[in-house]
Design a protein around this ligand. Sequence first.
Ligand SMILES: *Cc1c(COP(=O)(O)O)cnc(C)c1O
Length: 336
Amino acid sequence: MEKKNIDWGNLSFGYVQTDYRYVSNFKDGAWDAGGLTTDANITMNECAGVLQYAQTCFEGMKAYTTEDGRIVCFRPDLNAARMADSCRRLKMPVFPEEKFLEAIVETVRANAAWVPPFGSGASLYLRPYMFGSNPVIGVKPATEYQFRVFATPVGPYFKGGIRPLTVRISDFDRAAPRGTGHVKAGLNYAMSLYAIVDAHEQGYDENIYLDSATRTCIEETGGANVIFIKGNTLVTPKSDTILPSITRRSLLYVAKEYLGMEVQEREVKLTEIGEFEECGLCGTAAVISPVGKIVDHGTEYTYAGFGPGIQKLYDTLTGIQMGRIEAPEGWITVIE
Ligand SMILES: *Cc1c(COP(=O)(O)O)cnc(C)c1O
């Protein structure tokens, strides 16, 4: 298959319109057969539920080419399950998990020419999402929905070398106890925009949010979970209001089963972050972005950036993803 003529290594994380996307509609209590379309635009009523009351959720995942030339996805079953959880919390109909996986496979196959070659560092980012599409003016769930998956090629995350991040402890909160912090909903991002623009203006790369009930524990950033390392121990915050990152869950497994590290999932107090040697942000986009500094108002905590622990975790997980290291059963879905 002929690849698109793209300078893969210089792509950024942006939207590039590809040839095909998957669409399925929910109406009268049932999903239609679903299928691919070349139409990248959506036409809907001015009063659609998503436009009025933000009834929408999404997923983010990647397809990429392994060392031996196969196109694969990393743990798409977990994205399917997480999206089902998001739908239940937002009173949206669940898109059946096996249909979700079929939609991913169909979208990637149809856009195989857009999957970056091995070694380019680039990948094909996949964005499954769903939204309420019929008119809703009284506050209630929509009765019609659209599920879509589009694909867009994205460049290597650490283009131009690794620069450890400088992050601040945010004065804004991200998620309320018993709220929606654990679901992948656009609404969690809309309200984080003010804080991230402000962070950038003040010279920070990201906000680390505290638990909003007590403001004493570390939660996560706007779009990535946090890990800390001290010696041979990996520590990650545990809270009901953190988004359950698939990358973070995979790193915990790798730390324990591949690297023999001690793994602790527990409350992480703001007062103890100075005791850690390394800190990283984890998510699909970068796998791990090393943190060089956390600033809590006047107080600065420094970390090793790509220190030995983060390096080991990063190399092992990306090795598993790329087929250099044997993956645990079921982690790699071969698309073609
Ligand atoms: C998507 C997301 C993450 C990262 O999850 P992955 O499954 O690892 O990509 C972390 N935090 C938030 C708030 C997210 O929306």
